[in-house]
Design a binder for this molecule. Structure first.
Ligand SMILES: C[S@@+](CC[C@H](N)C(=O)[O-])C[C@H]1O[C@@H](n2cnc3c(N)ncnc32)[C@H](O)[C@@H]1O
Length: 267
């Protein structure tokens, strides 16, 4: 019942603005586990032979990491200046920094505790994390070649403000890659706002089947990790939040009442 009321309230921008920051701050403080570095539902490619080769240490995070890999490789990032908006516990920006070799990637998140966790947990010479709001990005105009955004935009008060900020901090010719999910009834308005920003569409894809596949493949590992780390009274809640097989997210993606997508745009 409470979860249903919460979800209904997230339709309102004022509620999203006040609700998500304390939730992600609380999660970072309450569960400071070193090996929990991603907070997305993952991705498995149609052709498994295209999976990235990973170091042994990164194998347990294969599926959430693949969401970053396949989105980031929609454009050239090697040697570029990159910004991640909504970097969470930092695993995605760390993967990009180490494997895809941008000149620099800065992960930015509104939850200060998550930023503090990420700065302690991930080290690479071309990587750092800062606190900041997607609707008011703390960088100068034209600072970045690529902006990446993973499973975060649903939490913003105004995606129109966010897209305007992305356009401002991108250099001319720079790329914006975004992946997230929406109720299909809200997708046309989302796309209209995205294209209304003045960024030019390069490509788009519905990836719900790839996310559902990842949820399935990661399930045993995810459940084992949660039951090992989380006190028994929180297990059900974190399993729902983490999107185990049979969770509401999993059901909604399977039924089509939620659509997971990515877009690639150019300034
Ligand atoms: C589901 S998590 C995804 C984190 C990360 N992208 C990943 O895939 O592991 C969403 C993240 O967006 C962040 N976020 C929410 N609202 C934000 C805002 N207005 N500005 C910046 N980050 C925000 C949250 O604090 C959270 O870390």
């Amino acid at each position: 019942m409470l979860a249903k009321i919460f979800l209904e309230l997230t339709e309102f921008s004022w509620f999203r603005r006040i609700a998500w920051k304390p939730i992600y701050n609380h999660l970072a403080k309450k569960f400071p586990f070193e090996d929990w570095v991603f907070m997305n539902y993952g991705f498995e490619p149609d052709d498994p032979s295209t999976r990235p080769q990973l170091l042994e240490n990164d194998e347990p995070d294969r599926y959430p990491l693949q969401l970053y890999h396949f989105l980031a490789t929609q454009t050239e990032v090697a040697g570029k200046q990159m910004l991640e908006v909504g970097s969470g516990r930092g695993g995605g920006a760390s993967y990009i920094a180490r494997y895809l070799k941008p000149a620099e990637i800065i992960g930015m998140d509104i939850a200060d505790n998550a930023v503090e966790f990420a700065n302690k947990r991930h080290q690479s010479p071309n990587l750092r994390y800062v606190a900041g709001n997607a609707e008011n990005i703390p960088f100068e105009d034209g600072r970045f070649d690529v902006v990446i955004n993973v499973e975060s935009s649903h939490a913003y008060g105004s995606v129109a403000n966010f897209f305007a900020e992305v356009k401002r901090v991108l250099r001319p010719g720079g790329y914006f890659v975004i992946t997230d999910m929406r109720d299909p009834k809200n997708l046309p308005a989302f796309e209209e706002t995205l294209l209304g920003s003045g960024l030019h569409l390069v490509g788009k894809k519905v990836i719900s089947p790839n996310v559902v596949k990842a949820i399935e493949l990661e399930d045993d590992l995810k459940r084992a990790r949660i039951s090992r780390q989380v006190p028994a009274r929180y297990v059900k809640m974190i399993e729902e939040f983490g999107g185990v097989k049979g969770s509401q997210i999993d059901k909604n993606l399977r039924s089509g009442s939620l659509v997971y997508f990515w877009y690639v745009l150019k300034k």
